[in-house]
Design a protein around this ligand. Structure first.
Ligand code: C2O
Ligand code: CU
Ligand code: CU
Length: 508
């Protein structure tokens, strides 16, 4: 059974504590805004497709008088849902109308390094980047976001991110809820800091330089939570993305009914997995089904707090761990948690999908380590010398991997295409959601034990526990040359920007 350390819980808990100290958030519960449904660019019907994305500075209203200067993609904040299909070629025109350079990376897509959108592929102001993406992968819920060297955290925070669905013939043929915005929702979760004027701010405290940014307000699809959505009777499908800079977010239902996990980052699980609650780390995606067949209202909560206050940390031993699922199951009622989304059944809406839970989803072969040709070890370093606050704004980096801070001129690993490998990430300190570009992998072990069932499918981002180790089985289907290598990095974006990233080539 997977456990989550006290530190992870405390990381979760501080959001609610801070949110409740913040007067503007208190008004959030009084009226429920409608859940925004991201505009969709749907290319699943065409064999060849063109998608135009325009990046520009804007001003966005988050609800309750909260606003900010933002970076939007075809809008004021975040980008449209891009819906693509396996075996499709997509031409993208990414036009940068910002006053500064940035990049756009396709997080979760299996595409060659040349079109991956990493820090080498800067798009200068007033220019257009035109990659062609050949989609060759399973149905999966992915995302795209800015990835400029040293400024990823700031650019994503300002809004350069959006959801991206890959469908395939299996996913299009299933019985799963699939009417977008009706019983099939894209849910982008993020935390933000608003000052007492209600303006979005990004000020890193010394603590945030170490632990990653922590905001005082939780957003759903770019507006302040909680929100509400009208649904037909039946099952509801949520494709959830944690696009926060650093925050881990737990979700659970107020009526203590289970969540049924059907997919992780890179595709479907073999069958729905029942959980009492789900922790989603920065960069991760999970698809869940909610049972709305016998209830008229479903309240999805953000579970961000545990019984112990932050003081408990010093007095409790480090190895004291609490099981996340158990804690959410048994303590759910008493825990202060916040309403994220209220799903309200509208009897006039036709039931959109068949009202049963599928027994099986896809054939998921067991992760077979016997095919692994080698193991690579990555030690995640929080401190390579200078203290982070001494480096802020100096373009130096104090975090790293295997003793080295990220350097765009250095290739850290050279990998052969299609060769199976074990990658072992070890945390010296703190929790790190590690991400690998260009592929999906399988988790072999978390702190020496097999991962819980819902983490046994295809992933591209995985948590490495405080002082713990996570091993994954990985291979790369495409090439990445030394000019456009792939990246592996911590998805706490402040850690990434401070140097906890490496790059690698894939060759034949
Ligand atoms: Cu989602 Cu290298 O990033
Ligand atoms: Cu990525
Ligand atoms: Cu990290």
């Amino acid at each position: 059974m997977h456990t989550i350390s006290r530190r992870q819980f405390l990381a979760l808990s501080s959001a609610t504590v801070m949110a409740s100290m913040f007067p503007l958030s208190l008004r959030a519960q009084s009226t429920l805004r409608p859940l925004p449904i991201p505009r969709v660019i749907d290319m699943t019907a065409s064999s060849e497709a063109t998608v135009n994305l325009i990046l520009r500075e804007s001003n966005h209203h988050f609800g309750e008088g909260l606003s900010g200067t933002t970076f939007g993609i075809n809008g004021t904040y975040l980008g449209p849902l891009i819906r693509l299909k396996n075996a499709q070629a997509v031409n993208l025109n990414v036009k940068n109308l910002l006053a500064e350079s940035t990049t756009l990376h396709w997080h979760g897509l299996h595409v060659p390094g040349e079109v991956d959108g990493g820090p080498q592929q800067m798009i200068a102001p007033n220019t257009t980047w035109r990659p062609t993406l050949e989609i060759k992968q399973r149905a999966s819920f992915n995302w795209y976001h800015a990835h400029p060297c040293g400024k990823t955290a700031e650019h994503v925070y300002k809004g350069l991110a959006g959801p991206l669905i890959v469908e395939d013939s299996d996913s299009l043929a299933t019985d799963l809820p699939h009417t977008y915005g009706v019983d099939d929702f894209v849910i982008v979760l993020q935390d933000k800091m608003f000052d007492d004027q209600g303006k979005m701010s990004y000020q890193l405290t010394e603590e945030m330089l170490l632990e990653g940014f922590a905001g005082n307000t939780l957003l759903v699809n770019g507006v302040l939570s909680g929100v509400s959505a009208q649904t037909p009777r039946g099952w509801i499908r949520l494709r959830t993305l944690n696009a926060s800079n650093a925050r881990s977010i737990g979700i659970a239902l107020a009526n203590q009914a289970p969540l049924w996990v059907i997919a992780s980052d890179g595709g479907f699980l073999s069958q729905p997995v029942e959980v009492a609650g789900l922790a989603i780390h920065a960069g991760e995606r999970y698809e869940v089904l909610l049972d709305g067949t016998n209830t008229t209202t479903l309240d999805l909560l953000s579970v961000l707090e545990i019984e112990e206050g932050p003081e408990a940390e010093e007095t409790e031993p480090e190895e004291d761990e609490t099981d996340f699922a158990d804690l959410m199951g048994t303590g759910g009622v008493g825990l202060p948690s916040k309403l994220l989304i209220r799903f309200i059944q509208d009897p006039l809406l036709p039931v959109a999908s068949s009202a049963h839970l599928p027994q099986r989803l896809i054939h998921l072969p067991p992760a077979d380590t016997s095919t692994a040709l080698r193991q690579r070890n990555f030690v995640l370093n929080m401190n390579l010398g200078a203290a982070p606050h001494q480096l802020q704004g100096t373009h130096q980096q104090s975090m790293g991997i295997n003793g080295k801070a990220f350097d765009m001129t250095r290739i850290d690993e050279q990998i052969k295409r299609q060769e199976m490998e074990v990658w072992r990430f070890t945390s010296e300190d703190e929790v790190h959601p590690m991400h690998i570009h260009g592929t999906s992998f399988r988790i072999l072990r978390v702190n020496g034990a097999p991962p819980p069932e819902y983490m046994q499918g295809w992933k591209d981002t995985v948590v490495v526990d405080d002082g713990g180790a996570t091993e994954v089985l990985v291979s790369f289907p495409h090439l990445a040359n030394h000019r456009f290598p792939y990246m592996y990095h911590c998805h706490l974006l402040e850690h990434e920007d401070m140097g906890m990233m490496g790059q690698f080539t894939v060759s034949n």
